[in-house]
Design a protein around this ligand. Structure first.
Ligand SMILES: Cc1cc2nc3c(=O)[nH]c(=O)nc-3n(C[C@H](O)[C@H](O)[C@H](O)COP(=O)(O)OP(=O)(O)OC[C@H]3O[C@@H](n4cnc5c(N)ncnc54)[C@H](O)[C@@H]3O)c2cc1C
Length: 428
């Protein structure tokens, strides 16, 4: 442990800054926050309703792809989404009888789906994206043992060459916004020799350079181990039911009503964000965008992650099996897994892959992406002085987890929100 954040070189602690910090939620965001708080010398207690990785941070695709990390609301997604919800085989599912909160979220999402707002959001993401992989290297240098793997290659695959135009345009626009992203179109025999797992129904791909991926369960486990090894407490089965900020501390109420005092609190509860954050002036809703995944055996493992943008399916090598993930389902986080969504994912990718046994599925999983209507996370101070939040990362909470933890730790301990976080002000 050092007395500095290792980010800016300036000392973390100022007079009266918190030393005993509670983090609520042991997902990628909460655990990364805990680790970087420890890095600066703070004592941490992580309260977790179930166990580390109980939420979205377990069954996701594990992509560390700053080259794709952009706000979700944009005109093309909106057009696509409207078409998709009308089709029964769609990778987007919207219940016919959406409740008031979901309608509020969707209307706001539509409002934010303009090219101008996307450009503004993208410009906000750029400084985070730039630092995102370095933050993983900081974790590795500090003893988090599960490695990240270079995505060599990372391929976004299409049935027809003209279908890749939308992604190529988006990547160009990301570049215009300042994102460092290098890519090249690949077709025909070159593509097939690069990745024999792709069937002859895949005619074109876009190769994106400089990306990585990880094994989400292994990574979350080693991050939790690292937090414990540095003296942090992770309290499983400890749902926080209330927070009461006072002049010199914050009282955290546990499952049976008992209260614990801490100098400051960071709420990192994923799709359940609103339950604890709303009373502290965080008005922006966080909606569960549920995704599904499962693992399958392959005759030959792809050399790197495969993305099928039209089908909205992600495939990632995970140990000896291939993880297949997809779907955006707007239902409550606690609802049961719906096997029809798994079937939709299987049907979507079956024609596109060779030598993959999609019927021998294991680890079928559903989890909730914490989505905000403007596609930007909520990171920083709330209206209550000792209460901070970090969440709402939607599709990108794994790649942005460590850099978020780094920056929010700085905000908590120095009492100053770093400039990179200004667009993500939770009180916006
Ligand atoms: C199918 C799928 C694929 C994805 N692929 C990628 C990808 O490739 N790359 C990427 O960057 N992102 C990806 N994501 C998104 C990513 O998984 C999420 O953005 C990220 O995991 C969110 O992390 P989190 O820590 O905010 O939330 P979670 O991981 O959901 O953690 C929140 C934790 O808080 C706990 N909690 C909730 N309420 C309380 C309470 N009151 N008291 C105590 N504990 C509480 C929960 O039990 C949970 O453990 C994907 C998501 C899905 C669903």
């Amino acid at each position: 442990m050092s007395d500095e954040l290792g980010v800016t070189g300036t000392p973390a602690f100022v007079h009266g800054s918190p030393r005993d910090v509670a983090v609520i939620g042991a997902g990628m965001i909460g655990l990364s926050t805990a680790w970087f708080l420890q890095e600066a010398g703070a004592q941490v207690t992580v309260y977790e309703r179930q166990h580390p990785g109980a939420g979205a941070s377990w069954g996701n695709a594990g992509w560390l792809t700053p080259g794709l990390t952009a706000p979700l609301p944009e005109p093309a997604v909106l057009r696509y989404g409207l078409r998709a919800v009308l089709s029964s085989r769609s990778p987007v599912y919207l219940p016919l009888r959406a409740d008031r909160d979901l309608w509020r979220f969707l209307l706001s999402f539509v409002f934010h789906s303009t090219a101008r707002r996307w450009r503004r959001g993208m410009a906000a993401y750029v400084p985070l994206n730039e630092r995102s992989l370095d933050a993983f290297d900081a974790l590795a240098a500090g003893g988090v043992s599960t490695v990240t793997t270079p995505a060599d290659p990372f391929l976004a695959c299409f049935a027809r060459e003209r279908d890749s135009r939308g992604l190529l345009d988006e990547l160009e626009q990301m570049g215009d916004a300042g994102q460092d992203v290098t890519f090249r179109p690949v077709t025909g025999q070159v593509l097939r020799s690069m990745e024999p797992v792709l069937s002859d129904r895949v005619a074109a791909a876009v190769q994106i350079f400089g990306q990585r991926y990880l094994n989400p369960p292994a990574f979350i486990t080693s991050l939790a181990d690292a937090v414990r090894a540095r003296g942090g407490r992770i309290l499983d089965s400890s749902e926080v039911t209330g927070l009461q900020p006072a002049t010199t501390d914050v009282r955290v109420t546990g499952p049976s009503g008992q209260q614990h005092r801490h100098d400051a609190v960071v709420i990192a509860t994923g799709a359940a964000f609103g339950e604890l954050a709303t009373p502290f002036g965080v008005r922006r809703p966080v909606q569960a965008g549920r995704g599904y995944s499962f693992s399958v055996p392959v005759e030959r493992m792809p050399a790197g992650p495969l993305y099928f943008p039209t089908q909205r399916v992600a495939c990632t090598p995970l140990g000896s099996r291939l993880r297949v993930a997809g779907m955006m389902e707007f239902r409550r986080p606690a609802d049961e897994l719906d096997p029809r969504r798994i079937t939709a994912v299987v049907d979507a990718v079956r024609p596109l892959l060779n030598g993959v046994n999609l019927d021998d599925r294991r680890d079928e999983w559903v989890g909730s992406r914490p989505c905000t209507p403007d596609g930007l996370p909520l990171i920083g101070a709330t209206a209550a002085p000792r209460v901070f939040v970090a969440g709402g990362h939607g599709m990108w909470g794994i790649v942005l987890g460590p850099v978020t933890g780094q920056l929010v730790a700085q905000a908590v301990l120095k009492g100053e929100v770093p400039a990179e976080l200004t667009p993500f002000d939770p009180l916006r």
